[in-house]
Design a protein around this ligand. Structure first.
Ligand SMILES: Nc1ncnc2c1ncn2[C@@H]1O[C@H](COP(=O)(O)OP(=O)(O)OP(=O)(O)O)[C@@H](O)[C@H]1O
Length: 521
């Protein structure tokens, strides 16, 4: 392959040679050799469970490889732990930001500076934070508290924190999952700038359009092994998908219905009457939202993240009690905050933050599979917890979710992010006989799993379930929904039938520009 982009003879920043990593019952990486170079953005691709995170955990010193070598700037290295990798200039930006919420941006950045003295004037650390922000082209508000920032702003702080520790290589794990399109563009600008200054970037992502837009080269893993490394100019998305899964997949543009969409007279699975929610500080997060969920429809909730989506999903699933207004479930008033009662009434929930909200990370796969079955036979019931039944239930659920389990007793955090998501989806889909609320269900899923997830939602819809799809991906909403509601700053800006839905109108409502425009009731 001709390599004109890079100076001949210059060693790669980090060379992986024959890396292998085994967990009990699973070969996570086998004989992986990749060069990560200065001045390039390298995308790491692969299906859920292909071994991407494991490989990056080896690179960042969290795991020691069982075989193979790492060569940094021409010299063999072994990292005893993450501090050694950081000292060598390898920085990781995690999906869950490691920031202190109650500290300001500048304070969080100062935590990463070795030379920060015990006491320092706020003005001084803010000035330093601003200088850092300018140097790397990442806009921040130095004096703002982390918990007042959007996901995109928090991510910029996280990246700056990593860069301030002298990172020469930046590894990002699905960095765009929580970002709005504008934030994605500004992240990519910052990555290009870092690359153009001689930095090495590795980006793990499932979004092929982003790979094509931002990466210089990409490597594809399948079942722990490297399938190939390519220059982006030499590949197409279809070729990459083929390499990732070893067979072609078809992503339908829309999901045909088995029955006609329910009209306004269809039975209501759930009704929200002027529901408002306030947070702990008394700020209104959901503002007098009225909605009818019709049995047998997909209702898409479009909106930029941070506009009341968790609160809306919370009142629909019994996690959050309305401050005012009420929720009717099957015609009867629902109890305030009682997720168990909602589940018993047939309401399933795939929350936004799976590992923290839907799963108990240190418990086994079986215990997580049955988390919602404790009141139900044969797993739970009045008398006891039946461990054998729990294991069998977990195994059946894993088969249904297409997840390969090494052992049902192994901790769920050992499963790849995408496989955790598949299990939650299967578990909640089982419960949801009446309503299924799915928040950002595609997050972390590979392309084949996205198709399977959408088919599952469409099947629930055809089975008479009211499906609520919360997403900021308009293509996804338009592909699946029968009706589309737009949520902006906690208010419902409009609800429209799919046939009448127009992208530009939804976009305008999402940006809050037509605050009083009611499109249809
Ligand atoms: N700590 C661990 N203990 C046991 N098994 C593990 C552990 N970490 C990863 N695995 C297993 O190794 C394999 C590779 O997982 P990994 O998380 O690296 O995949 P991935 O490509 O990052 O997937 P995703 O796209 O879903 O995040 C999976 O089968 C996973 O279950």
């Amino acid at each position: 392959m001709p390599e004109t982009m890079f100076a001949p003879g210059e060693p790669p920043f980090l060379k992986l040679s024959g890396i292998g990593k085994v967990f009990p019952g699973v070969i996570a990486n086998e004989d992986v050799s990749i060069d990560f170079r200065r001045g390039e953005i390298h995308a790491l691709l692969g299906e859920n469970g292909a071994g991407k995170s494991t490989l990056m955990n080896v690179v960042t010193g969290l795991y020691q490889p069982d075989s193979g070598e790492m060569i940094l700037d021409g010299y063999g290295v072994e990292f005893a732990g993450p501090p050694a990798a950081i000292a060598a200039g390898i920085g990781m930006v995690h999906q869950h930001f490691k920031l202190v919420p109650r500290f300001t941006v500048a304070e969080n950045l100062a935590l990463g500076w070795n030379e920060t003295p015990g006491w320092v004037a706020p003005g001084a650390i803010e000035a330093k934070a601003r200088a850092l922000s300018e140097r790397f082209g990442l806009a921040i508000r130095a004096d703002a508290r982390i918990d007042s920032l959007s996901a995109g702003e928090q991510q910029r702080v996280e990246i700056l924190r990593v860069l301030s520790r002298g990172a020469k290589m930046l590894i990002l794990d699905e960095p765009t999952a929580v970002l709005s399109p504008v934030e994605v563009a500004s992240l990519f600008d910052a990555l290009r700038r870092f690359r153009d200054g001689g930095g090495a970037v590795v980006i793990i992502t499932h979004k092929l359009d982003e790979v094509m837009a931002v990466a210089d080269r990409c490597s594809v893993l399948r079942a722990g092994r490297l399938v190939g490394t390519h220059r982006i100019t030499d590949v197409t998305p279809a070729l990459l998908v083929g390499e990732m899964i070893g067979r072609p997949v078809d992503l339908p543009a829309s999901y045909p219905r088995a029955r006609p969409a329910p009209g306004p007279d269809a039975p209501a699975a759930m009704v929200l009457e002027a529901v408002s929610v306030r947070d702990e500080a008394g700020v209104t997060r959901l503002d007098a939202v009225s909605l009818v969920l019709r049995a047998g429809e997909v209702l898409g909730i479009a909106g930029v993240t941070g506009n009341g989506q968790p609160e809306l999903a919370g009142v629909m699933t019994g996690l959050v009690a309305p401050f005012s207004g009420r929720v009717l479930l099957g015609g009867a008033p629902a109890p305030g905050a009682d997720p168990g009662a909602f589940a018993a009434a047939g309401v399933g929930h795939v929350p936004e933050d799976r590992l923290r909200s839907a799963l108990a990370p240190s418990l086994g796969v079986a215990e997580n599979a049955v988390l919602r079955e404790y009141r139900v036979k044969p797993v739970g019931g009045r008398l006891a917890y039946n461990a054998g039944a729990a294991r069998r239930f977990a195994e059946a659920l894993a088969v249904a979710a297409n997840v390969r389990l090494a052992s049902p007793t192994a901790p769920i955090r050992g499963l790849s992010g995408g496989n955790q998501q598949r299990l939650v989806l299967a578990r909640e889909g089982r419960i949801a006989t009446s309503v299924l609320v799915a928040s950002y269900p595609a997050r972390g899923l590979d392309i084949g799993a996205i198709a399977a997830m959408r088919e599952r939602l469409a099947a629930a819809r055809d089975g008479g379930v009211a499906v609520v799809l919360v997403s900021e991906d308009l293509d996804e909403i338009l592909a699946l929904s029968d009706r589309i509601a737009v949520l902006t700053a906690g208010r419902l800006m409009g609800v429209m039938e799919r046939a009448e839905a127009r992208r530009d109108v939804i976009g305008r409502l999402m940006s809050g520009r037509a605050a009083d425009a009611e499109i249809a009731a």
